[in-house]
Design a protein around this ligand. Structure first.
Ligand code: GLN
Length: 492
């Protein structure tokens, strides 16, 4: 019999509704996974055992009373620790916010509670979501469930690892430059960044506000679509929240790719991308072609500059967003004799080295005399990237590429070389700059047995098309490998 922790959300939902399992059963299965995987993974900063059990009991009573809030009711879900949860510590993996308990729920969190989700706990991340490995967490590195000497990716590494081992059935993260798709690729799960504005950012601790988006992790494409449906929607608390009609997410999943035009991005198939990953991408492109898609090569010429532009825009926005953490209203205060001294000491004690580097870079890029040369120039590149995508979508429905240049790397391998770490997001950043949706689907493993992610990108609000193609990629890949940590207690 399948361990309940390994069920998909769809299957768990069926069993909940047929009365074969209860929400308490599902929570207990997740709790058992947590107990034997966490000592090896460190995916969670907080596990809310009491809260999860209490919610599961309420949900079971609701099921018995015939109340059904939809597909997430009774499903154990984990949240990245930069999503504010009322009554539950939220740290963004920073000393600055250690011990902070938000007095409110972010909108995505509130939506999940209303949908009857069982919130399992808060997952580890790079401090303030700045990083690609979780090594920048102030509370210790998370590990990759396929090889615990390697990173799970980042910044949402804890969410990705948890879903991979079944200590949650689905999870949420935030993606500013790749922080959902990159760890999803490295952990062998599905990770999706929605169109900018589709999910409210209210109650998401801000990194770079023009780029940040909340999105789901799941073990299947359909589950990811259901998770996104649970949190998407207009919100008056976020001025950038989308106001128009929302795309449908699950009704195209069975349609296949026959007649669709698929563009493989030339600039993301270069030598700097690991050859095994390129080969896997090419092989999937061929399978899509055999399945009836019209696969052509397309060019995004400005994507070459996307990474550099991102590392000016994101730090610039972060330097402004994090200015509030000065010990006056926000952040753990370090007392001193004068206000200036208090602020300086608070910030020096609260922020880790990468966050400090970003604040310095951003402040410099925005300073008088340099603004045009750096920040202004980066914004112009952002416009060019958007135009490249627009041109590419004149002749294609979706674009495809690798998700990452390498599979999971060893812990410590890139910590002394920020530029090498930044390069981890070279394939994912262009869609963030464009504001477009994008998804990573696992398609195989490399010769070391580490998962390889395949990225699909679509135009803004093209989620329906994105999930449709992703579902076909999932069928064609037949990816069924699981990390040893998830398979049995005996292997750990
Ligand atoms: N790794 C990228 C960075 O460090 C992206 C992070 C993210 O998407 N939050 O900025």
């Amino acid at each position: 019999m399948t361990d309940l922790a390994d069920l998909s959300i769809v299957e768990a939902g069926r069993q909940l509704r047929s009365g074969d399992v209860t929400a308490v059963d599902l929570w207990e299965a997740a709790a058992t996974r947590i107990a034997y995987t966490e000592p090896h993974l460190h995916a969670f900063l907080t596990v809310d055992r009491e809260g999860a059990l209490a919610t599961a009991k309420v949900v079971d009573a609701a099921f018995r009373a015939g109340e059904d809030a939809g597909p997430l009711q009774g499903i154990p879900i984990a949240l990245k620790d930069n999503m504010c949860t009322k009554g539950l510590a939220t740290t963004a993996s920073s000393r600055m916010l250690e011990g902070w308990v938000p007095p409110y729920d972010g909108t995505a969190v509130a939506n999940l509670r209303n949908a009857g989700a069982v919130l399992v706990g808060k997952t580890n991340l790079d401090e303030f979501a700045m990083g690609s490995s979780t090594e920048n967490s102030a509370f210790g590195t998370s590990r990759n469930p396929w090889d615990v000497d390697r990173v799970p990716g980042g910044s949402s590494g804890g969410s990705a690892g948890s879903v991979a081992v079944g200590s949650s059935m689905g999870a949420f993260g935030s993606d500013t430059g790749g922080s959902i798709r990159q760890p999803a690729a490295l952990c062998g799960v599905v990770g999706m960044k929605p169109t900018y504005g589709l999910v409210s950012r209210y109650g998401l601790i801000a990194f770079a506000s023009s780029l940040d988006q909340i999105g789901p992790f799941a073990r299947s494409v359909e589950d990811a679509a259901l998770l996104l449906e649970g949190v998407a929607g207009h919100d008056i608390h976020d001025a950038t929240s989308y106001r128009g009609e929302y795309p449908t997410l699950t009704d195209g999943l069975e349609k296949g790719v026959k007649g669709l035009r698929v563009g493989i991005v030339k600039e993301l198939m270069v030598d700097a991308i690991d050859s095994e990953i390129r080969a896997a991408t090419r092989a999937m492109a061929d399978k899509l072609s055999d399945a009836g898609a019209d696969v052509v090569e397309v060019s995004l010429p400005s994507s070459e500059y996307a990474l550099s532009a991102y590392y000016l825009i994101a730090p610039a926005e972060c330097s402004a967003n994090l200015a509030r953490l000065d010990g006056v209203r926000y952040g753990n205060r370090v007392p001193a004799d004068t206000t200036d001294e208090m602020m300086a000491k608070t910030r020096a004690a609260g922020f880790g080295p990468e966050v400090t580097r970003r604040i310095l870079l951003g402040t410099y890029a925005l300073s008088a005399g340099y603004y045009d040369a750096f920040y202004g120039q980066a914004q112009r590149v952002r416009t060019l990237v958007r135009q490249d995508f627009a041109t590419a979508y004149e002749q294609t429905d979706v674009l495809i590429s690798p998700t990452t240049p390498t599979t999971a790397f060893e812990i410590g391998a890139k910590t002394d070389d920020p530029i090498a770490m930044y390069y981890s997001d070279v394939c994912t950043i262009p869609s963030n700059l464009a504001g477009d949706p994008s998804i990573s689907v696992p398609v195989g493993v490399d010769t070391r047995g580490l998962p390889i992610g395949f990225q699909i990108m679509a135009p803004a609000l093209g989620e329906s098309m994105l999930f449709r193609v992703a579902a076909e990629v999932e069928r064609l890949a037949e990816f069924s490998a699981r990390p040893s940590l998830a398979v049995s207690k005996e292997t750990v």
